[in-house]
Write a protein that binds this ligand. Structure first.
Ligand code: AMP
Length: 361
């Protein structure tokens, strides 16, 4: 059993070498920990700021075992960690957040069923494993809907928008199902939301919780562009956001930071869209505008330390930088009140996140 709280100088293992792993590794270093990264990618953004890295595929369970044996705790920066990898890591070091959160977050059907079981509303949905299921589901959910693969979709990938016009074409159900790779899917009713909001929250090993203010998010093509905090929502909606997060954290016996994406309806009701069992892009403003940001908060939680203070000190707007946008970093850095974050990606691929800027105050 690992000593809790972890002593400074302990090693925190992070599965995943992207920008979230990088910012977690920096926060770990700031508290005196050594971060070790496990990633299939050579020279990853996270490895370059960490104390050490293992480069191997996630399916290499011997490598995962050796890695976890060298760590005092293991966490992850992406939710599609294969179950066998999580299990191998968890056999040699505490895995935080635990396997339950990971399993539920990996499956949209399990996720929505879990939320509904806690009294958290979602859009209406149906299980779809064939074009015939899709046709039947459209009859109950209505013609405005989204077909999504149950697993491995992110940033709008693995999704097809169904419109009333589409249904007029012959073989529409076969085409739509083929467009998601004929994978087990769910059909979701289209949410008539006024805002997309999220709540970043945390739970410590001792069960203590912390909540950041609700954040309003603007997506384009299914990808987050901008987050504003605090979101312009009523006190009742803000309170409901916290209740949703509290219920989920407790039911998952969660340790770490969680990112919960919600749709706000015209009457202020919140529907759960999905959750990520990790730090979240819509929380990137928190290190710049709060007493304790989401990365430090997560490291504190997984290390068994007391949670930090999530109080927001100034309003903030976070804008993602994609591809070569990040080359403007020196210009952006001239702005008073702007904090620029560059992920150190070697290839500036168009459409891929390469940095962000937070405008504070
Ligand atoms: P997701 O990958 O599920 O987060 O979906 C990406 C984006 O698509 C969301 O942030 C929304 O903008 C939009 N979207 C997803 N599901 C729905 C839905 N059921 N109703 C309306 N918009 C949706």
């Amino acid at each position: 059993m690992t000593a809790s709280p972890l002593k400074t100088g302990s090693t925190i293992g992070i599965l995943g070498g992207g920008q979230l792993g990088r910012m977690l590794a920096l926060a770990a270093a700031d508290l005196g920990f050594d971060a070790r990264i496990f990633t299939p990618e050579d020279d990853s953004p996270a490895s370059r700021v960490a104390a050490g890295a293992t480069v191997a595929p996630y399916s290499d369970l011997d490598a995962v075992t050796r890695f976890a044996s060298e760590c005092d705790v293991v966490t992850y920066e992406f939710e599609n960690v294969p179950a066998a990898t999580a299990e191998a890591a968890g056999a040699h070091a505490p895995l935080r957040p635990g396997p339950k959160a990971l399993a539920i977050a990996q499956d949209r059907l399990a996720e929505k069923t879990f939320a509904n079981g806690l009294g958290i509303e979602t859009v209406a949905f149906a299980d779809v494993v064939s074009p015939a299921d899709l046709e039947a589901a459209i009859k109950t959910l209505g013609a405005s809907a989204i077909l999504k693969t149950r697993r491995e979709g992110y940033d709008g990938k693995g999704q097809v928008r169904i419109t009333p016009e589409m249904l007029k074409g012959p073989g529409w159900a076969e085409k739509a199902f083929a467009a998601v790779g004929s994978a087990p899917s769910i059909l979701e009713a289209f949410a008539p939301f006024v805002h997309e909001v999220s709540i970043i929250a945390a739970r410590g090993e001792d069960g203590a919780t912390a909540f950041y203010p609700l954040t309003e998010n603007r997506h384009e093509g299914g990808v987050l562009r901008e987050s504003r905090a605090p979101a312009a929502v009523s006190p009742a909606t803000a309170k409901r956001g916290q209740e949703i997060a509290r219920a989920m954290l407790g039911a998952l016996d969660y340790v770490g930071v969680i990112g919960i994406e919600l749709f706000e309806l015209p009457d202020g009701r919140l529907l759960l869209n999905e959750f990520a069992p990790r730090v979240h892009n819509s929380g990137h403003w928190t290190p710049d505008a709060c007493v304790c940001g989401q990365f430090e908060m997560h490291i504190r939680a997984v290390a068994g330390w007391p949670l930090g203070n999530p109080t927001q000190l100034a309003p903030a707007v976070m804008t993602n930088l994609f591809g070569e946008d990040v080359l403007a970093a020196p210009e952006l850095a001239k702005e008073p009140g702007a904090r620029v974050h560059v992920y150190g990606k070697r290839d500036l691929v168009p459409g891929r996140k390469t940095g962000h800027v937070t405008r504070v105050g």
